[in-house]
Design a binder for this molecule. Structure first.
Ligand code: ADP
Ligand code: MG
Length: 257
């Protein structure tokens, strides 16, 4: 699909602290509609915290995040957590789906029930409509025929694809993934990455924190290297892996297995 040039995500001067730890130190980036962006960087550098901020799951200390017209912002002079911040965070979560490393499916619900739940409960979608749409999404992620299975009977790759279908059921404008394949046996990684490639070809905007370096290199529009709470380098996949500019990027890539 032809990539649209509309900016969908704007992050400006984002700072986040956990007590004394200054975890995000002025992160700024713009991401366009339809982009697939991979974020790489050492453990503890703030990648997960950044994704959680994008999904309205963390309070910002300062800075601004705008996604699809919803703005989360705080300034240093305005340290109260206001009702309007919490409402904006709630709106943000409607526009942004997130998939974590562990498969967060509800174990006592079938795959179909997992996918239908949020549309029915949060969006008040009629059940038959939610079911039709859930079945379509399950087919899209290659789980046709698995609707009535319980999560415990799925492989890790199937469970992660079901988690993607569940996030998609809320019709988000952006999908975030935090190491979606890190808990999978190697032979199951490809099927999950393929779903993300398929969504990319349909024009979904996606931000992926990943250790799957081949995927970052080949499938992303560009790669973001983070270190110590900062975006250090942003470049095309081929460029960043074959010709990193920043010394910290070079050092990180040199130490990869
Ligand atoms: P990454 O995903 O890049 O490994 P994280 O964003 O998970 O990094 O963590 C960045 C830093 O913030 C780490 O030092 C971590 O211990 C700290 N941190 C993350 N979440 C919390 C939290 N809820 N409370 C306190 N410290 C946290
Ligand atoms: Mg993390």
């Amino acid at each position: 699909m032809e990539k649209n040039s509309e900016v969908l995500i704007t992050v400006e001067g984002l700072h986040k602290r956990f007590e004394d730890e200054h975890v995000l130190r002025g992160v700024s980036i713009t991401i366009k509609e339809g982009d697939l962006v991979s974020i790489i960087g050492p453990s503890g550098c703030g990648k997960s915290t950044f994704l959680r901020c994008l999904n309205g799951l963390e309070y910002l200390d300062s800075g601004r995040i705008e996604i699809a017209g919803v703005t989360l912002s705080r300034s240093l002079s305005d340290q109260a957590i206001t009702r309007s911040f919490m409402e904006a965070a709630h709106e943000m979560r409607k526009e942004v789906g997130i998939v974590f490393q562990g498969f967060n499916l509800f174990p006592h619900k079938t795959v179909l029930e997992n996918v239908m739940l949020a549309p029915v409960v949060v969006k008040k979608t009629p059940k038959d409509e939610a079911e039709d749409s859930a079945l379509r999404l399950l087919e899209k992620v290659g789980l046709k025929g698995y609707a009535n299975r319980y999560p415990v009977t799925l492989s890790g790759g199937q469970a992660q694809r079901a988690a993607i279908a569940r996030a998609l059921a809320m019709a988000p404008k952006v999908m975030l993934y935090d190491e979606p394949t890190s808990a999978l046996d190697p032979e199951l990684v490809g099927e999950v990455l393929q779903v993300m490639r398929d969504l990319d070809s349909e024009g979904m905007t996606q931000v992926v924190v990943t250790h799957a370096m081949h995927f970052a290199r080949d499938a992303s529009d560009y790669v973001v290297f983070m270190d110590q709470g900062e975006i250090v380098e942003v470049a095309d996949g081929d460029e960043i892996f074959s010709n990193p500019v920043n010394d910290r990027t070079k050092d990180f890539l040199r130490h990869l297995a």
